[in-house]
Design a protein around this ligand. Structure first.
Ligand SMILES: *Cc1c(COP(=O)(O)O)cnc(C)c1O
Length: 462
């Protein structure tokens, strides 16, 4: 079948599509990138131009495009059935997936509740945490609040936006949201407390534990992204912060929800990021990498202790009244099982650590110390390059300069797709990238930085 020509598609897109997180007038003025196909670390646009997928298609196509294991799992499953409900029925692939997720996840997380995306995975954990406190042996229905971090991003449904803290995404919706307690993000480069390591003695953790103590009776749960706060700006947590927080939650009977939608499935170099601090949460939220970015599927893992508070009787069923049409979708489950096979047999984690070292070394040699490089934050293959106008301060750029967006535009024309987060350039290549592929991506990254540095330098001297 012939696709329509690119010009017609662009016109039809502008007439009928509505793109997420995309300013309408920018989009209307743009020459839209129309992607036609993918292979491994590459995407191809409709004119046949090749790009490196340097964001893993927004952090999810972790094993690249057209992965043989994933493709065949999907076509095998479609030969059986595309969908059957998980409400009051079950099917083999979702059962086997739950069993395997229980086996590979941190201690105690033996129950799996499926949904469709990262936002629902977190929303479900919030609702379950509250309902658990209402129904446990000694009920505490007064535990109605949540604590989250400044700058937090947990998805775009209203519950997630309530615990979220990204001002320019979330401020408008404030009248619709429930109130959330807020602790400072552990962000050493731009410390919200104005302190410096190591003299600070992790005062940010002290701020969080103080809030937990003050609201110990009304808190249902603390929700955080472990190790790296992704959308907040690739903010990497100091060692010991997560463990300290988890221990404190436990000591106060406050549940811990870890949102591993971005950091899970090998992104930071371990299967789950919380493993790095030996933390086992009460809820683990997974999506993005779960199906290698093939299908919209998510999972909220929890403990049998939590689950048992939802076991009632005919008079009081204690049911969790939450579900989605596509809960436990068999196609998604089949592909997720193939993702776990790949992690088990193909040395993915070893490769992440190998390539992460390569990226770190190159950034250290070629980028560090350059004019606009404030901080390079990296865990595994999750990287944020924080650009600043003046490294000594570190100061934000004059308005309208948008260096990260400029650099990403240049990189795109050079064949690398990366995205800005404010003045931060993010780089999250597929976890299966080879030495040569990483080197080529880094070549384009450096060249694009230098071109941006020159252009922005000129703008600033005007
Ligand atoms: C992407 C993301 C979400 C939301 O996931 P969707 O699938 O886009 O709904 C939630 N939490 C974190 C940490 C994320 O990175």
């Amino acid at each position: 079948m012939m696709d329509a020509d690119p010009y017609m598609l662009a016109q039809a897109d502008k007439a009928h599509c509505w793109h997420p997180f995309t300013p309408v007038s920018d989009w209307e003025a743009s020459d839209p990138l129309i992607i036609q196909s993918g292979q491994g670390v590459y995407l191809f646009d409709i004119a046949g131009k090749r790009y490196f997928d340097g964001t893993s298609s927004l952090w999810c196509t972790a094993l690249g495009h057209r992965h043989p294991r994933l493709d065949s799992a999907l076509s095998d499953q479609i030969g059986l059935m595309a969908h059957s409900t998980f409400l009051g029925m079950t099917h083999p692939k979702a059962i086997l997936l739950a069993q395997r997720l229980a086996k590979i996840s941190p201690e105690g997380l033996d129950r799996v509740f499926y949904s469709d995306n990262g936002a629902t995975a977190v929303e479900i954990a919030l609702k379950m945490a509250f309902q658990y406190h209402c129904q446990k042996a000694l009920p505490e229905p007064g535990r109605t609040r949540f604590l989250a971090l400044t700058g937090a991003y947990h998805g775009d449904t209203l519950g997630d936006v309530s615990v979220g803290g990204v001002g320019h995404f979330h401020a408008l919706f404030k009248p619709l949201l429930f109130e959330t307690l807020r602790a400072p993000a552990p962000h050493c480069y731009r410390c919200p407390l104005g302190l410096r390591q190591p003299d600070c003695l992790m005062a940010c953790l002290g701020e969080a534990t103080k809030q937990i103590d003050e609201h110990a009776e009304s808190l249902a749960a603390v929700v955080v992204e472990p190790i790296v706060q992704g959308a907040a700006g690739m903010i990497t947590q100091p060692e010991g912060w997560l463990k300290g927080l988890a221990d404190h939650c436990r000591s106060r009977g406050v549940l811990l929800i870890l949102d591993e939608v971005a950091v899970g499935f090998g992104r930071t170099g371990t299967m789950f990021a919380c493993e790095r601090e030996g933390v086992a949460p009460d809820f683990l939220c997974l999506a993005k990498g779960l199906t290698g970015g093939y299908l919209p599927m998510a999972a909220t893992l929890t403990t049998n202790e939590i689950h048992s508070a939802f076991r009632g009787d005919w008079a009081n069923p204690k049911t969790f009244y939450h579900g989605h049409t596509f809960t436990g979708n068999p196609l998604g489950s089949a592909v997720a099982l193939a993702v776990l096979d790949a992690f088990e047999h193909d040395g993915i984690l070893e490769n992440v650590n190998r390539q992460a070292a390569r990226v770190a070394e190159r950034f250290d040699q070629d980028l560090k110390g350059r004019r606009f490089i404030g901080e390079i934050r990296q865990q595994g293959l999750m990287v944020g390059v924080d650009l600043v106008q003046d490294r000594a301060a570190p100061t934000a750029f004059k308005p309208l300069i948008k260096p990260a967006a400029q650099m990403c535009r240049i990189a795109r024309s050079n064949g690398l797709l990366i995205r800005p987060l404010g003045d931060i350039v993010t780089f999250l290549p597929p976890l299966i990238s080879t030495d040569e592929e990483i080197d080529s991506m880094l070549d384009i990254f450096m060249a694009s930085y230098l071109e941006m540095e020159k252009a922005v330098g000129l703008e600033l001297s005007k």
